[in-house]
Design a protein around this ligand. Sequence first.
Ligand SMILES: [Zn+2]
Length: 146
Amino acid sequence: MYEMADHTLPLLPGNRPRYIMGVGTPENLVELTEMGCDMFDCVMPSRNARNGKLFTARGDINIPNARFRFDHRPIDENCTCYTCRNYTRAYLHHLYKSRELLAYRLNTIHNLYYYLDLVSTMRQAIEADRFEVFKRRFYDTRSKGV
Ligand SMILES: [Zn+2]
């Protein structure tokens, strides 16, 4: 994918938005933004949320995992989304294991917020000409683990 994007992006007009369909992971968005992509769309944040996989700055969480059963922290302690402000990992684990529909909604709210915050942060880094610093921090933090 990166090889193909690297080949095709320079062929597109630089004064027009560049859209890539069906991408992707947070890492994909960072890499492709650096290569010059402007827009993405993908089912990943919502589909993963419905499957209990939640994105955080420190890596991903699989909320059905038993380790979250008594974890009273929010999904991501630095996230200000509705879900993280109001619900614990333990409660989200319970909802998911109970197949309660609210689990899918709350998880999706968080994952969409995570993605929107990620692209907003990348935009600010580009405007401040600090994308390399952003990218280093992004990977350092993502590798720390939850
Ligand atoms: Zn959140």
